[in-house]
Design a protein around this ligand. Sequence first.
Ligand SMILES: [Zn+2]
Length: 465
Amino acid sequence: MVRQCSSAHCGAVDAEINEICIGEGWAINHPVLTRDENGPCNCSCSCLAFGTMVQVGDGSFKAIETFVVGDRVLAAGTDLDWSAEPVVYSGGTTGASRQKYTVLVLYSNTAVAVTSDHLFLVASGGERALKQADRLTVEDSLISPEGHPVQVRGVHIGDYLAGFHHVAARTKFPGPGDLDGHLLNTNGVISADYAVQILNRSGEAAGFTSSAFAEAPLVGSAEYVSRYGDSCLKTPELPSGFDEDAPIRTASFDAPDVALSGNTFIPAEAVSITVPEGACSFIPPDLAEEKRSAPKRAFNDPQAREWVEALIRFHRQFYPDVNYIFDWTNDDVNAYAWVENGVRQVAMMGGLVRDQDLELEGLALVLAHELAHHYGGSPTGTSGLSCEGQADYFGVRNVMRKVWFGESYITTTDAGIAQMAAFFGVPADSTDPGGSAGCAHPAGRCRIVTYRAAVSLTGKPGCAS
Ligand SMILES: [Zn+2]
C-alpha cells in the first residue's frame, strides 16, 4: 500500500513540514519535497474552513479555529451518545491560504466548506458509515447529532479563500474501527475528527468507511458530471432563507486574493474557458480525442496542478506579454495558443496535465511549444502564428533554453523528450520518418527528432518543415 504523508516517512518530519506550510501560507495538499524515495509529503490537515461552528462540551458552539488543546468538545461514536471529550490536537493553516479543491456541501439552510478528504457520517443502506467529501452526491444523506438524515442539497468544488483547521478528541491514535469519542457535531451534521481522518489517509480506516465509496467518482470529474450533472462545477444556487449568518461569497478565478477577505468560494467553472475555433494546438483534435481514454491522474491530484501553476509563474518572468490560462476542470487533452483582441493567449487544459505520461518536464515542453507559436517566427500559418514544426523546434531550442538556466536546460529537456516519446507512443531514439508536415502537426516520431535536434542545435529536420 502506498502510504501518504500522514504516516511513516512524512510523519517523522511533520513538525518541520507544518512550519514551512504555515510560514509560506501554503494550502493543504501543497507538495513539500523531502529527500526521500517515497515521494513528496504534503501540507496536511483534512479540515473544516475557518468559521465552521463545532459544538463544545457545555453544549454551546464555537468556531473550529478557536479550539486549543485541553478544551472540551462534544463527541460521540456511531451510537451518537454524546459526551464532553478533551481536545488532544488542534491545528491547521493560516487564514490567508487559497485552498484548492475545496468541497462546499449544502444542506438544510446552510453549508459547510471542507477539504476533499474530510469525512462525513452518512446513512448508507441502514448503516452509518464515513464518506469522503469529494465523493458526496445529492443522493446522500448526512446525519444530524440526533441521528436524523440530512439530505445533501448540493455539492460544489472550487478554490476557497480561508484558513482550514481541525481538532482531534479523546486520543490521537484511535484503534482500528473505533470511532468512539471521534465524531463531532460540525455545523449541525456529523464529521469525523482529525485522528480518524489521518487513519483514513493511511488506509487504516477500513473498519468505518465503506469500500463502495472509494470506487465512487470524484466530485467534478467527467464521470461524476455525466452521472450527477455539472452543477458541482458552478456557483451554488442558494434557496431563499439561506443561512444569513454565514453567507457564501463567490468570486471569479482572477480576483486578486488580497481584495478578498473572509471565506470566499471560487467555483471550478470560473476557470473554464472557450478556446476559439482556429487556435493553434499542441496535438491535432483527432489525437486529442483518442488520448482522452489514456491513463490519467486523479482529478484531485495536488501535484500536477501545482506543476503547471509553477511553470506559468516561471514563464511569465520571461514572456510577460502573454495571458496564461489553466483550465484544470477541462478534460481536453491539449494546449492552445491564439491571439484575442491583440492579446497573446496560451491555455493548458486539465486533460493534458492529468495525462500520466507527462510530468513537470513534459508539461514544460508543451508550454514552450505554445509560447513558440507566438514567438517562433516563420513559417507561419493563416493565423499569423508559427507553424507546428516551427513551434516544436523553436520551443525547445529557444524558449526552454531561455527559461531553464545552465545545466537545468539539459536535464529538463532530456526528461521532457522522454515523457513526450511515451505520450506519442514512439521510441525516444526515433529517426526522421521523412516527408514534410507543411504547417500541420508532424507525426510523433518527427516531433521527437525535432526536439532532440533543437537541443543538439543540428537544424530543424525535413519532416518538421
Ligand atoms: Zn501547436
